[in-house]
Structures are given as C-alpha cells and as structure tokens.
Design a protein around this ligand. Structure first.
Ligand code: FAD
Length: 399
C-alpha cells in the first residue's frame, strides 16, 4: 500500500509529467537502449523512430499513475497492454530495468524539479504498477500454456502455404513444426511473429491478425508488403515475409492474443468495416458469424484504393452469394473500373446510413485516418460507444 503522502505527490505531479510526457519517454527509450541494447530484440524500432511507442508508453504510465489509489478501475487497459506484452514475451525481469530507466529519464528531464521525495514516490508507484502488470501477465502466460494445443513463449511454425491475395497482400498458412495441436483463438485475435533476417543484428517481432475463422489445424495470417516510398524505408518484417520467406521455411510464433474480439453473445445486426489490410480480423469475424450465428444479419464493408489492392474479393463474393443473412459492399478510393464498387471515394455517414442500420454492433480496422473517419461518422450518428469496436495495427492510440 502506498501512503497518503505518496499518493498525493503522484497525483499532483502527473499533470507536470504529462506536459513533458513524450520528452520523458523518448529520453527513457534512449537510455533504455543505451544501457540494455538486448531489449532491441523485443521493441519495434520503427515505432520508436516515429514516436508512437513513446507516446503510448507515456499515456499508459500517466493513466496508471492518475489511478494509483484505485488501479482496478483501469484493469481493462492493463489487460489489453498485458496481451501485447505476453505476445512479445515480456517477462517480470524486464520491469525493474524499465523502472530504473524511467526514473532516470524523469530526473534528467525535470532536473532540480524532481526532488528526492518526488522520485521516491514515483519509484513506489512504478513498483505497484509493475506488480499489477506482472500478475495480470502471469495469468495470461498460464492461460496460453494450459489451453489445449497451447504453449509459452515462441514456438516454431512451418510455412505450409504462401498465397498471393492482391498486389500487396499475401497469406501465410502456418503449422507447428512439432506436428502437435494448436490452440484455438477468438475471431479478431492476432498471433505474433519473431524473425531475424540474415543482415539484421536483432530479432524483430510483429503482430498479425488471424485472417480466418478458428477451427483449422493451421493459423493463417495475411500480410501487407510495406514498400519503400520517398522519405520512408520499406517495412522490415513485411517485406522480409513477402520477399524471403517461402513454403517450408520456419517462423517463430507466440500464441494467439488480443482483446479485439467478436461478441457472440449479441444477436443484433453486425457491421464489419475494413480499410486495406485491416480486413484480416474482419474476415475471421465474418466467417465465424456465418458459421456460428447463421441467422445474424451481417454487413461486410471493405474499402481499398482500387481493385488491384483488394484482397479476398472473390472469397467475400462467394460467402455473400451463399448466405442470405449477409450483405457486402465495396468502396474504392480511385477505381480502375467503376462498375466494380458500390461507392467511390471515402466511406461517409450518409452512405453508412444508407447501407447499415444504426442498431448494429460496429467493428472496424484500417489505417488510422480511416478509423478516425468511421469513428466520427458513427459518433455523429449517435451509435453508443459500447457498440463501437476497433483495433489499431500499431501502438494503441486514440481516435
Ligand atoms: P516497420 O519496419 O515496422 O515499419 C512500419 C512503417 O514505418 C513502414 O511503413 C515503414 O515504411 C515506416 N518507417 C520505418 N522507419 C521509418 C523512418 N525512419 N521514417 C519514416 N517511416 C519509417 N499487418 C498486416 O499486414 N496484416 C495484419 O493482419 C496485421 N495485423 C496486426 C494486428 C495488430 C494487433 C497489430 C498491432 C498490427 C498488425 N499489423 C498487421 C501490422 C504489423 O504488425 C506490422 O506493423 C506491419 O507489417 C509493418 O511492419 P514492418 O516490419 O514491415 O514495418
């Protein structure tokens, strides 16, 4: 338990730290990687460079500190982050290292304003927050290991099949090298891939949503190749998977994780909206609902730049033709053939009102500007927050 004085110090300094939030976490990551370069095997280097990860960490630490006397209120957030940590194989011994460098960064950025009392209060608060994460994650490791076909950490999987889905998206079918069973998953969850391309000093870890309904003896992921563009290097893992990983090769995978999952207790109409490669968790949800809730109305909306970028189009058309409960729509930003889509340009509220019902459960995933637009449209329409669900394909942010 923290003393009242400590809690008061934490609460009164959270706003000050928030002002310096990103500077502190950017300094923190620099110190962390200088002191512990081995952690570069775990952290995503691109997210560091773009500042997304420092921002996400700053938000998480300050939200936790602001709730330090009732951490249970932010348990859902702790669990969501815990899922990612378990997938990345973050272990209890990493927490003191992070704590030491975070305090070092606070001291460096705040200078004399960081009195010994403040630093001590933050050390105690960090200890409590770390304990909360460690215990939530310990349960998650147990659960992942004890599930039928489950395991702890990373397990080698063989690429059984590699299949091109569009100009930029390729699917990988993965089976465990040991020939054993695999754990099931909830539609919307992801698996996590760890690779070390030949010329790389570190391992690189990325999450990929499972892009098919559960119940097979393989996992399928579908990966977009992030090509180089002016001022932007090619994505490391996605281009490696596309260009260098072939059928028969082995990838290390950690067990399915994630809290963006389809609520099958609901029976109200379901609307699945995706932009680009954001379709992967939506396909898994769609296939599942068609199988397990065949009478539930489902509308599948996919937005892509044009037909060349549209993955799994035929598959969706076949499902649509075979299921009376399903409707599907396509939106192309710049179609090559205008007859191939229902809407040209971007998804907007008037169009959503035409093709969906407000009394639905909405799930969406895609690039952040796309998700922001969909979220704003749904909010403007008055869809209640508990019926709006979305997944970030990067560090969690806000829309
Ligand atoms: P990175 O090397 O990580 O680079 C990411 C981006 O940053 C690239 O566009 C790159 O060009 C840019 N970049 C890198 N360095 C710089 C720099 N110095 N300056 C400017 N720009 C830079 N992806 C899928 O394809 N399919 C999925 O189903 C999927 N599911 C996901 C589910 C979850 C829960 C999450 C969190 C992510 C998911 N992703 C998915 C995204 C995936 O994890 C990777 O982020 C993605 O493949 C890019 O990784 P990369 O290594 O190729 O690119």
């Amino acid at each position: 338990m923290l003393s009242k004085e400590t809690i008061d110090i934490i609460k009164s300094t959270v706003p000050v730290l928030e002002i310096h939030g990103k500077t502190i976490t950017t300094t923190f990551y620099q110190m962390l990687f200088d002191n512990h370069p081995e952690l570069l095997n775990i952290f995503n280097h691109a997210n560091q460079r773009e500042g997304k990860q420092p921002q996400a960490l700053a938000n998480a630490v300050y939200a936790a500190a602001a709730h330090i006397d009732h951490l249970e209120d932010i348990l859902p957030v702790v669990k969501q982050i815990g899922q990612k940590h378990r997938a990345l194989n973050i272990l209890p011994e990493h927490y003191p290292i992070v704590g030491e460098n975070l305090l070092g960064a606070i001291k460096k950025v705040l200078g004399d304003a960081a009195t010994p009392e403040i630093l001590d209060a933050w050390a105690q608060a960090y200890g409590m927050i770390a304990d909360a994460f460690i215990s939530v994650e310990a349960e998650m490791y147990q659960e992942a290991e004890n599930a039928p076909g489950g395991w702890r950490g990373f397990r080698p999987f063989v690429v059984e099949r590699k299949m091109k889905e569009s100009d930029v998206i390729t699917s990988f079918y993965l089976k465990p090298q040991d020939g054993g069973a695999i754990s099931s998953y909830l539609p919307g969850q992801y698996i996590t891939v760890r690779v070390q391309p030949d010329n790389e000093s570190y391992t690189h870890i990325r999450h990929y949503s499972l892009s098919a309904a559960p119940g097979e003896d393989y996992y399928r992921i579908s990966v977009k190749r992030e090509d180089a563009a002016p001022g932007k290097p090619a994505g490391l893992v996605s281009t490696y998977l596309h260009n260098s990983v072939n059928e028969g090769d082995v990838l290390e995978i950690s067990a399915p994780a994630g809290s963006f999952t389809l609520d099958q207790e609901q029976n109200i109409p379901l609307v699945l909206i995706s932009g680009g490669v954001g379709l992967t968790p939506m396909i898994s949800m769609l296939e599942t609902v068609l199988k397990e809730q065949p009478e539930r109305e489902v509308t599948f909306i996919h937005a892509a730049i044009n037909e060349g970028f549209h993955a799994m189009r035929e598959h969706i058309e076949q499902l649509d033709a075979a299921h009376h409960s399903m409707k599907s729509y396509v939106c192309y930003e710049k179609p090559l053939d205008q007859t191939l889509c229902h809407k040209i340009g971007y998804i907007d509220l008037p169009w959503l009102q035409e093709v969906t019902s407000k009394e639905s459960d909405f799930y969406f995933c895609g690039p952040v500007p796309f998700m922001r637009a969909v979220n704003q449209a749904l909010q403007a329409w008055g869809v209640p927050a508990e019926r709006i669900h979305y997944e970030f394909f990067g560090p969690a942010g806000s829309l």
